[in-house]
Design a protein around this ligand. Structure first.
Ligand SMILES: [Zn+2]
Length: 280
């Protein structure tokens, strides 16, 4: 197929899509949308790879989400209703499992992993998240793939970790919601930034002005995403999100950057090829 757009962070394999999954994935293909479907634990990472292997326009990221390194709420969209557990985990990064999974040519990133401090009830849990994150940084170095980093209220610590270790790769900050100053630190380290539906309906949130932050990031570091099934962009607010809607995110990025939509669309494809070594 001819690729026109790319959803760099989505969860097409999650149970929430049920019987409608194949149609949803095909709607993306009809729009020329490629995608990376992202795992959050062992089971969802295996499901991501299994699904990606069925479609020409889908790749996978595998890893352990920071929320799952400590006990977390059971999310039916993500994990289905089987078992009906109120809490899940904690899970620890299983090197042997992920190493085997990474043998698939469809695995193009490690994540989503990172730090999510609002999940933590105490300092000890923050330390657990850091330990699990560092295991995945080492794993990404070993298998030579970029990290797909999830971060909430912890950009300073994420940047400090990379500063202390040094990093040989350009990693990806998923759904970036930091400040201009925080963005600058990651730009200097060669990182990429994905933005999703939130920029279409909430230009400012908790002191973060997306418009100003996006304008401060070089255009050759921008990527687009949906984080489907959550946070659908305008004009699909209130509906279940899906990768085809990434078209709206790209439109908004063009508007914010004050560039013709075709220019930003092509640039994002080019950035995607470079960030993930994907041949699209
Ligand atoms: Zn996600």
């Amino acid at each position: 197929m001819e690729f026109r757009y790319f959803d760099a962070h989505t969860h097409a394999h999650f149970p929430v899509y049920g019987d409608e999954r194949d149609e949803m994935v095909k709607r993306a293909a009809d729009e020329g949308v490629g995608m990376i479907t992202v795992g959050t634990r062992k089971d969802t990472s295996l499901a991501a790879v299994t699904l990606a292997e069925q479609y020409e326009h889908m790749w996978a990221a595998i890893g352990l989400y920071p929320g799952h390194t400590v006990a977390s709420f059971h999310d039916e969209d993500e994990l289905g209703v089987v078992g009906q557990n109120e809490t899940e985990g904690p899970e620890s990064f299983d090197y042997d499992f992920f190493k085997k999974l990474a043998e698939s040519e469809k695995v193009v990133a490690v994540g989503e992993c990172g730090l999510d401090y609002p999940y933590c009830r105490n300092e000890e849990e923050k330390e657990i998240q850091k330990v699990e994150f560092i295991k995945q940084i080492e794993f990404a170095d070993e298998i030579k793939r970029p990290l797909m980093i999830h971060c909430r209220d912890a950009y300073g610590d994420v940047a400090d970790i990379f500063k202390a270790r040094g990093t040989a790769r350009s990693h990806v900050m998923h759904s970036f919601r930091g400040t201009i100053e925080e963005a600058r630190r990651f730009v200097e380290m060669g990182f990429y930034f994905t933005f999703g539906g939130v920029i279409t309906f909430r230009p400012k949130k908790d002191g973060v002005n997306y418009t100003d932050v996006i304008r401060s990031i070089p255009t050759d570091r921008l990527l687009s995403e949906t984080d489907a099934p959550w946070v659908a962009p305008v004009p699909h607010r209130g509906k279940r999100n899906e990768p085809a809607y990434v078209v709206e995110v790209v439109k908004k990025l063009a508007e914010i950057k004050d560039l013709p939509p075709e220019i930003i669309r092509e640039q994002i494809l080019e950035n995607t090829r470079r960030a993930f070594s994907i041949d699209i």
